[in-house]
Design a binder for this molecule. Structure first.
Ligand code: NCD
Ligand code: ZN
Ligand code: ZN
Ligand code: ZN
Length: 366
């Protein structure tokens, strides 16, 4: 078998559910899923329980990742609009600041638009302000705040043509704006949502065929592909009020390699979208001596049975793909081979280039 050597992916948007939701996923199971999917670095979202919004919750999460992560990581800080002091104090330890401008899973949604301006004024960086802004109104708000303040803005999981157009226009005006798209919005539409029921429910919901086409047509303007890996259990999905979100760490690369085979993008563009651009957008350094080997000719069906994610299902089950992760080499060691995880918990490092923990107190932001 001839394998293709690629840099591992850096996934800028995952929910590994720890602390508070380890029945869905944990740092150890989620980072096992990452390595199996050819992902060597993950940026973790703050909508855990407790939410990552202050020094205690940030430090707690950081300790969990330092002792349990099997791949490199970075943590997002979250805001409910009332933790401005924490933003100043923790900015340089975070991959970025995550804001929820529309309702989604968790309770971090900022209901009051007036709470946003002070955040744009006070966020010290160096990471961007990242937004869940699926309504056109929220997106416009975030863009106009960014036009008035010197902040970088990163827009999560863009799925609608209308929003895509707003972002492209903002980029043309020279605003410091970047955005990501997810594999599920690239490969599914409302038609799949009907077939999948709760297992095809996520925020933003799946778009029309026209929306999906717009994403592919403007792939040249997309900054990165991030999975928004958002596992929930089957029981939760089959319950009366299924929570939004689908897992994605183990299916992204096979899907993208299949798209490469179909001529929808080339390998160098895939590397930009999944590795080089995340490193440009976020203040992170990638793990050294790290790469993946893929078999570009392996044709197979994605399956629930061969997953590392604790939730144990994928919305892409039974889909035919071309391209398999054979081995993941992580920090000089074989971390995954042919379905088996070899990396021990705790081998992952923090990718964020911040100051050491005990020096953050000395940082004086004005
Ligand atoms: C995410 C989750 O479950 O944490 N769900 C989702 O549908 N995307 C939250 C989010 O990213 O909006
Ligand atoms: Zn202002
Ligand atoms: Zn979101
Ligand atoms: Zn998310």
């Amino acid at each position: 078998m001839t394998t293709l050597k690629l840099p591992g992916m850096i996934d800028a948007h995952v929910h590994l559910r720890e602390p508070g939701g380890t029945h869905k996923e944990s740092v150890t199971s989620g980072t096992a899923a990452a390595l199996a999917g050819g992902v060597v670095g993950v940026l973790e979202m703050p909508n855990t329980n407790p939410a990552t919004t202050d020094a205690d919750s940030f430090t707690l999460k950081h300790k969990l990742y330092r002792s349990k992560s099997r791949c490199d990581f970075g943590l997002f800080l979250g805001s409910d609009g009332r933790n401005l002091d924490a933003l100043n104090k923790l900015g340089n330890r975070a991959a970025g600041l995550k804001l929820y401008l529309d309702n989604t899973y968790g309770d971090l949604c900022i209901q009051h638009p007036a709470l946003l301006e002070p955040i744009w004024e006070r966020w010290p960086g160096p990471g961007p302000i990242c937004v869940h802004a699926e309504s056109t109104q929220s997106l416009s708000q975030a863009l106009s705040l960014t036009a008035r303040h010197s902040q970088r803005l990163h827009i999560c999981h863009v799925s609608r043509e209308e929003n895509l157009r707003l972002i492209l226009a903002a980029k043309e005006q020279g605003l410091p704006v970047t955005f990501e798209v997810t594999p599920h919005h690239l490969f599914f539409t409302v038609e799949d949502a009907k077939r999948l029921g709760p297992f095809g429910m996520m925020k933003p919901s799946l778009g029309t065929p026209h929306d999906r086409e717009a994403l592919w047509q403007h792939l040249d303007a997309v900054d990165c592909i991030a999975t928004d890996h958002a596992p929930h259990t089957r029981e939760e999905k089959l319950g009366a009020e299924p929570p939004p979100g689908v897992p994605g760490l183990e299916t992204a690369l096979p899907l993208l390699l299949t798209a490469v085979d179909q001529g929808k993008l080339d390998i160098s563009r895939l590397i930009e979208l999944t590795y080089l651009n995340p490193l440009r957008i976020f203040p992170i350094t990638p793990p050294p001596d790290t790469w993946i080997e893929v078999d570009p000719n392996a044709r197979y069906q994605l399956s629930n049975c061969s997953l590392q994610t604790r939730c144990g299902w994928t919305p892409f089950e039974d889909m035919w793909v071309l391209g398999r992760v054979v081995r993941t080499w992580f920090r000089g060691q074989m971390a995954f081979e042919l379905g088996k995880i070899c990396a021990a918990p705790g081998t992952g490092h923090d990718m964020v280039q911040g100051f050491p923990v005990n020096q953050t107190e000395f940082r004086n932001h004005t």
